[in-house]
Design a protein. Sequence first.
Length: 567
Amino acid sequence: MEEIKEAESTEKKSLSFVEQIVLDDLKAGKNGGRLNTRFPPEPNGYLHIGHAKAICMDFGVAEKFGGTCNLRFDDTNPVKEDVEYVDSIREDIHWLGFDWGNREYYASDYFPQLFELACRLIKEGKAYVDDQTSEQIAEQKGTPTTPGTESPYRNRTPEENLDLFIRMNNGEFDEGARVLRAKIDMASSNMHFRDPIMYRIIKTPHHRTGTTWKVYPMYDFAHGQSDYFEGVTHSICTLEFVPHRPLYDYFVDELADETYRPRQIEFNRLNLTYTVMSKRKLLQLVKEGLVEGWDDPRMPTISGMRRRGFTPRSIRNFIERIGYTKYEALNSVSLLEHAVREDLNAIATRGMAVMNPVKVVITNYPEGQTEMVEMDNNPEDPTAGSHSMPFSREIYIEREDFMENPPKKFFRLAPDGEVRLKGAYIIKCTGVKKNENGEIEEIYCTYDPDSRSGLPGASRKVKGTLHWVSVPHAVDATARLYDRLFNVENPSAETERDFRELLNPDSLKIVEGIKVDPFIAENAKQGAKFQFQRIGYFTSDLSSTPEHLIFNRTIGLKDSWEKEQKK
């Protein structure tokens, strides 16, 4: 196999431990030399960046070694599932750059086989129906250091158990009245072996099977068997499933033989500073209106990051950098931002926008005159070309770029001071106009006609360069400035406070009436990415229209992660 030969030629240190396991299995000819992974999301919420790490592993290792990867929805709990989530999961995986071809499956595809297997285990005395409450069952499980106690219903006859189980599925009993448990070992040192629940009663209609089923399999019973039914060779999951692996193998042993069996491998989860990865908590934020939906750009969801302006390549680069290990870690969001900034620097179109405008009148520039100056679309890309930008007698600059009484090393505009307007002329401040409250309304300047960028006189140097927009040509827009969702580094570690109390009140600031260059306005299709010069990277929001332009700040220009590395 060409893929194996290519992988063998790669230095081992370049492979993750998971990839090395897969390569070793392929070289040993296990499972007939096949490689088939799977990504098994639950359709009960939107995917977040932690899922992106799993997607990159599941699909990536299949691509690397010439295998295939299935998409299998783990739809075993109709109470929490919705077609909306199915659609969003498909979209997110495709956006990240992966495809499952015709290999889209559902755990519900295997409900008949799983039910048949459960009946067989009952007949063999390996499973029983328990009438106890969930609280009673939990109490009888014992602790890691003390054995559990057996259920009083553990020794029912196979005939009685089978009759009850079939009646459970016929809807004769209420939810919670009975469960089906595997009969394994209540004294096992592995708590998961202490007669785990295989099925519970749920009467909510299923989004695919309707009211066909009244009993639904638990994850530990359904997952390994679904892997087996699909021909999955490597079932790659996160570290919390390490103690579940013996149970995974136990149930798979009921089906597998020496010719084929799936293998579970675990890697560390992706944990990110200043956010939470709990789907339950993210759902709370959505339902309680604390964010504007699953795709709110402050959320760690893939759809939120997409809307904010993150690129698939930046997310994949970030995941590649943090790698896959067997040890849990808390990854700095600054490293993710570094990856986003690095990619946007290479692809984002440069343009001018003024966030907090103040008018500058260039008194010696001809009234009514407009000239066009050339701006590079992206200096990082020689093929990106340039665009024209109008320059006139009146322009907007940032209010923060002018001070009447500046401190030392203030290299922006001040009385009698000079600055260059990027791509245009050098101007000198000659005075200001204030309103009755003492606020500056207009700044008066003169320009040096020989200093225009690109002309011989442009060689004259000044220390400051400002961005600007022509007043008569400026287009009004709205900017949404996003920051970290939480104001503490690790919200999950703050166990004494409700996580909602830790939300950053300044995670979103909306700035109306920013002024943008007409080139930006004309090219602001939804999802378009810009670098607003000297400000940051911005993306045109999904709700943006030509009549009402809305830009999301994807990321600032300053790279805190890179700065940390240089210390």
